[in-house]
Write a protein that binds this ligand. Sequence first.
Ligand SMILES: [Zn+2]
Ligand SMILES: [Zn+2]
Length: 143
Amino acid sequence: MFIKEESVTKLSQQVEELSKKQFQPRMEKLKAIEQDVKIRMEEYALAEERLETGFICPRDLIVLEKPVTFDPCGHTYCKKCVDSIREENFNKLKCPSCLANVDYAFRNMQMEAVCEQFLKRKSMTLSFLEWIKTLKIHLPERD
Ligand SMILES: [Zn+2]
Ligand SMILES: [Zn+2]
């Protein structure tokens, strides 16, 4: 059997056309999904940033470390911040947020657990965001 070179070229062109027809819509769909995931993740990261403000120590502006809550005002600081507030006030404890006298300061274990979980989740979110940035679906060049 003898096939002319010309018809081989034509056949392979047809095959290419066909595969492009199937390939293109799938790629478009993937691309749309990729965009969607990126947008959603950015929204998620923003929401998490907003959430973070609730876990920030008013003194050193980091996520609370070993949080201590004042009674009766209810404001919360890191343990090390409470220690230095105490030192600065000659061993008396006054809340720097509201200037109320502190009767009692207790280690807030519940807040501590939440802060730990928050930090863990934050680092997961960040690494996921990094990974998503590297994800890039390329569409084949159009004719
Ligand atoms: Zn602090
Ligand atoms: Zn206070």
